[in-house]
Each structure stands twice: as C-alpha cells, then as structure tokens.
Design a protein around this ligand. Structure first.
Ligand code: NAD
Ligand code: ZN
Length: 251
C-alpha cells in the first residue's frame, strides 16, 4: 500500500532539490520478472551467489559457475524495462535526475533510455574471453553446453559483471563517490543495502548533508538511520506516480 502523503513529500523533495542521484538495486527489476537474490524465487533459494558467483569458482570450476550464470543470462536476456525504469529515464529528461548508480547487471536502465548510468557491478550483456579479451554480446553465447568458451581461442569466458572476490571497477567507484558526495537528494531504490561498497553510497551522501529517501516495500538497515523516510511500495508504482505528479505540477 503506497502512502499518498509520502509520494507528495517525495515529489516536493525532488522539486526543491538541486541535484538528485538514484542508487538502484535488484528490487528495481523485480517487476521486470528478474528475481532479486534474497526475494522469493531468487537465486539464493537454489545457489549461494557468494559461492557460485565467486571469481575463484569461475576460474577453477567454470562448469559450476556457469550453471548459475546461464540461468541469470537467460532471465536477463528476455527481460524488459518496467514502469520504474521508464520513470527514472523520464526524470532525467525533465532535468530532475543527475545520475543513476546501479548495482544491477541487467542493463535495463539503458534500455529504458537513461543516459547517465554508472554500472557499479558491470553487466551481463556482454561476455569476454579471460585469455584473449575477445568480447561478444551475451545473446551470441551458446548456453547449451557449459561452460561456454571463446570462439576465437577456445579460452574460458566471463560475463562483464563484477564477481564476488573482484574489485569494483575504479572508474565506477570514483564516479559513484563523486555523485554521492555532491548530490543533495539521494533516492535509494530496491536495494537491501547489504552489499558493500555499494551500500556505503547512501552513507556518503548522508554524511555530506544530502537527504536520503528509500523506495522499497520493506525496511532496510538504512531505514531511520541514514534515510529520512521510506516510501513503502514497489519501485514501478511509486516512481510512476512521482513522475505523473511532477509532470502535472509543471503545467
Ligand atoms: P537484494 O536482493 O539484496 O535486495 C532487494 C531489495 O529490493 C530488498 O530490499 C527488497 O525489499 C526490495 N524489493 C523487492 N521487490 C521490490 C520492488 N518491486 N520494488 C522495489 N524494491 C523491491 O538486492 P541488492 O541490494 O541489489 O543486492 C544484491 C546484489 O545482487 C547486487 O549487487 C546486484 O548486483 C545483484 N543482483 C542483480 C540483479 C539484477 O541485475 N536485476 C538481480 C539479482 C541480484
Ligand atoms: Zn579468447
């Protein structure tokens, strides 16, 4: 149940902010049919992502790692952006959203038309050879016999996402820090705020004086500590209403 008073408050906060940045997580894509890790139907029910999605599993037991990866690839390749992704793209067009820092690896913010997206954990849209670097779109990778291999040199291949045990790409980390420390409103959407260092971005924003607002059906460790308030609801429903109200207040 979305509280109308919270939506109105959020609309007002967006209107009065001078630079808004969003941090999105797996919850943002639940309405696109991609289960979050910890949610119902999520990978955590079948595999421990910290084991199957660890870089050492991919290096030393690639067939095991690709069991989970191939499921994720299949799910992501058929997914389409939802109302929430489109609403954020619209907010950017309206000049009301400076950047999105996303933990998601599904590429759906780009597909929805958002231009300034920092992919904190890379993406699953492309796959690269770990030996020669040859890169292909994931849609061209044969997932019928696992693990897949490089069509140029037969080497092992890896999706261009950040695995457990790997560092965040330095450029994404630097840009995310900069966006977080200079915004005056951060929207934290559909993340459990438990995976670090992504989860430190709202803390950085808060410590630099920004207001932090969450959009999530559930509370998180940020609620009441870092975030000023939580708009309880799904990101698609909440963000669609926010954009509708902003558009109607412009005319
Ligand atoms: P998480 O699974 O830990 O948490 C998901 C959060 O979304 C929860 O707080 C949940 O209450 C909330 N949520 C559920 N449905 C929602 C909805 N309809 N609208 C808004 N919020 C909703 O996800 P996380 O915090 O992003 O961290 C997990 C890691 O898993 C991330 O690093 C991410 O890279 C990866 N991941 C990505 C995808 C993807 O790309 N779509 C999917 C699964 C996991
Ligand atoms: Zn190769």
């Amino acid at each position: 149940m979305i509280h109308a008073v919270d939506i109105a408050k959020l609309v007002q906060d967006i209107q009065s902010a001078s630079s808004v940045v969003a941090l999105s997580g797996a919850g943002m894509s639940v309405e696109s049919g991609i289960a979050s890790f910890r949610g119902p139907g999520g990978l955590w029910e079948k595999y421990d992502p910290e084991e199957y999605g660890h870089i050492n599993t991919l290096r030393y037991e690639p067939a095991k790692a690709w069991i989970m990866l191939s499921e994720m690839e299949r799910e992501i390749l058929k997914a389409k952006p939802n109302k929430g992704h489109f609403a954020l793209a619209e907010l950017e067009k309206m000049g009301k959203l400076r950047a999105i820092i996303t933990q998601n690896v599904d590429g759906l913010h780009h597909v929805a038309g958002s231009q300034k997206v920092i992919e904190f954990h890379g993406n699953l849209q492309t796959v690269s050879c770990m030996d020669c670097g040859y890169q292909v779109p994931s849609s061209e990778v044969c997932l019928d016999s696992l693990p897949p291999s490089c069509e140029q040199c037969n080497g092992p291949v890896k999706p261009d996402a950040v695995f457990f045990g790997e560092a965040i790409p330095p450029d994404a980390l630097t840009r995310s820090h900069q966006e977080s420390s200079t915004c005056d409103l951060m929207l934290v959407i559909g993340t459990s705020a438990m995976v670090y260092p992504a989860a430190s971005m709202p803390e950085i924003a808060h410590d630099a004086g920004a207001r932090v607002v969450e959009i999530n059906p559930s509370e998180t460790p940020l609620t009441g500590r870092i975030s000023s308030y939580l708009v309880k609801g799904s990101s698609g429903e909440v963000l669609e209403q926010v954009v509708q109200q902003l558009l109607s207040s412009v005319v």
